[in-house]
Write a protein that binds this ligand. Structure first.
Ligand code: PEP
Ligand code: MG
Length: 593
């Protein structure tokens, strides 16, 4: 008798880092890795063409390595580029080349496979020695081996397994990178699931911008999940339900209906001011990454853009950073659409878990403590000046502000200001008169800057608190590592005290403080954020209306009292619970679905 196999519903509990519900098919993202290619036999007549294919792949790789070496030498100096010089030399090793050429003929096997086998033999032998130099060389060989394999089929997209026109999918990855997250622009992706990651990882920030659910922290996702299984992703509760029953599907459809109703309610407050129950007004602006986001901003009733993460535009084409004119046209285009509101443009913040400033840059041991943010710009002042000039010239079209990421040292701020002055002078010499003084601000996201905040307040026109990084650097918790996510506490007393210190320094010097990290859009923490006295909240466009509704139901005086008490407390968990309690007691029920 033929018994049909019953596929059971399986529920996986992770952490929801971007809300929403999606119904779609699981699909693993394929990484480019050093894996054994398929083996097939070739005929005697095919030997020559197979050898030619191999030589072509080597040629392509050498050209690619020359290009990378040149770019790196321009961008980050000789040391990094030397790595790729060595890779090129390894490929030019005639012994290795000849072994592959003769191997194809002797074994009558396909070129990729023979190449893989030859390199594999070398790397295994190197790894077994006690010689550190040879062990390192093994890693280098794997790296170039991967490159060569990719160059056998240079036109094959690494995402060929995804179908632009196919069924809706849930992208599953070990650790979703921002470049994988932006695949959503070309593929019918409805949710993300990953083993690694957290609410402030940049992939999560993108998921929120795209308004799709994202669940992280599910162990062994790629082995547990069978590709193409149907699943529900619940980004609010952090559940992924694989092979859901009809009953579960019906429950989630009903939940989604309620969410849609809440959305419709929110639309009604779009044109209302953002103010507390007792009439205190706040600026509520949006965080954006892409040009397409501007439409969401305009539809959300946001008061301008409080954070443009310019790196997503600057690094989208990894080979060339757009020049001053191209940047100007991008920034001015956004500023024009936002008029009369302001756009706050943050200068390049590459590195960390975002795209590196240079394609193919060797990974750093501690990327969040490495070559990121303003450090990259100050090492490449030619590129930095192009960006500063483009931002300054945006003032000819609309209202613009400029701010610098990851300021940790006084000298950095001084250097940035000096460069801005130089740029203004050079523009003047070119006959370009700027219509007003573009406000210059800094991100407050490193504890060393907070400890110097009173002095820094005298040097800038505004502060913007980057809580994502401020929490990471203050508590020494990698913002993208789910293993330590429980220690990543926004309501940690040290964080509240740092924000308090920053706001007070701002008031003392007569400058406003905004907050653009994810903490600003977290409704459970809103009573604390309001009570701390920030002047502006910048959140993802899809969160604007929820935050506006939440603000309207809170009383500023209560929030201030709450903060007064929180500042005397020692544990973040209790502070969080206190804030959450006030939030749930104040918000309308429909906002909590
Ligand atoms: C932050 O650190 O809070 C911030 C807004 O910057 P990013 O998330 O881009 O590092
Ligand atoms: Mg930051």
């Amino acid at each position: 008798m033929n018994v049909a196999k019953v596929v059971e519903e399986q529920v996986f509990q992770g952490q929801g880092v971007s809300p929403g519900i999606a119904f779609a098919y699981l699909r693993a993202v394929e990484d480019e890795t050093w894996e054994r290619p398929s083996l097939y036999r070739i005929s005697e007549q095919e030997v020559a063409s197979e050898q030619r294919r191999f030589k072509k792949a080597i040629e392509r790789t050498i050209t690619e390595l020359e290009q990378v070496t040149e770019e790196l030498a321009d961008f980050s100096g000789q040391e990094e580029s030397a790595i790729f010089e060595v890779h090129k030399l390894l490929l030019e090793d005639t012994k290795l080349i000849n072994q592959v050429i003769t191997g194809i003929e002797d074994r009558q096997q396909n070129a990729e496979y023979v190449f893989y086998a030859v390199v594999h033999n070398y790397t295994e032998a190197f790894k077994k020695t006690n010689d550190k130099f040879l062990q390192d060389k093994a890693a280098d060989m794997v790296d170039i081996g991967t490159r060569v394999l990719k160059n056998f089929t240079p036109d094959k997209s690494p995402h060929e397994h995804l179908d632009e026109e196919g069924d809706d999918i849930i992208l599953v990855a070990y650790d979703l990178t921002p470049s994988q997250a932006i695949l959503i622009q070309n593929y019918p992706i409805k949710a993300f699931v990953a083993e690694q990651g957290s609410g402030t990882s940049h992939a999560a920030i993108l998921a929120k911008t795209f308004d799709i659910p994202f669940v992280v922290g599910i162990d062994n996702v790629q082995t547990h999940f069978t590709s193409l299984s149907f699943a529900i992703v619940d980004g609010d509760s952090g559940k992924v339900i694989v092979n859901p029953t009809q009953e579960t599907i019906a429950t989630y459809k009903a939940l989604q209906k309620n969410k849609d109703k809440a959305r419709a309610k929110l639309q009604k407050i779009k044109d209302k001011k953002s103010q507390t129950k007792d009439g205190v007004e706040l600026v509520l602006s949006a965080n954006i990454e892409f040009e397409e986001d501007i439409e969401h901003v305009l539809n959300s009733g946001a008061q301008g853009v409080g954070l443009l993460r310019s790196e997503f535009f600057l690094l989208q084409n990894q080979r060339v950073i757009p020049n001053e004119e191209k940047q100007l046209s991008f920034y001015a285009g956004l500023a024009e659409q936002l008029t009369p509101e302001t756009i706050t443009i943050r200068t390049l913040d590459a590195g960390g878990d975002k795209l590196p400033a240079v394609a193919n840059l060797k990974s750093e041991a501690n990327p969040f403590l490495g070559w990121r943010g303003i450090r990259v710009s100050l090492d490449h002042q030619d590129l930095f000046k192009q960006q500063v000039k483009a931002i300054l010239r945006t003032s000819l079209t609309g209202r613009v502000k400029m701010m610098f990421p990851l300021i940790s040292h006084w000298e950095q701020l001084m250097d940035c200001k000096q460069i801005v002055e130089q740029c203004k002078q050079e523009l003047k010499n070119e006959g370009i008169e700027l219509p007003y003084e573009v406000p210059i601000g800094m991100m407050v996201e490193v504890p060393s800057a907070v400890m110097m905040i009173e002095e820094m307040a005298n040097e800038v026109d505004f502060f913007s608190i980057g809580s994502n990084d401020l929490i990471q650097y203050t508590t020494a918790v990698d913002r993208g590592n789910s293993k330590v996510a429980h220690l990543y506490q926004s309501a940690h007393p040290a964080i509240l005290r740092m924000i308090d210190k920053t706001v007070k320094a701002g008031i003392q010097s007569g400058i406003p403080t905004s907050m653009c990290g994810e903490m600003a859009g977290n409704l459970n923490l809103l009573p604390l954020v309001l009570g701390l006295g920030v002047d502006e909240l910048s959140v993802s466009p899809n969160t604007i209306l929820k935050v506006k509704a939440a603000i309207a139901s809170l009383d500023m005086q209560d929030c201030k009292n709450l903060v007064k008490q929180a500042l005397t407390m020692h544990d973040g968990t209790s502070i969080y619970e206190m804030s959450n309690k006030m939030a749930t007691a104040s918000y309308p029920k429909w906002l909590l679905v």
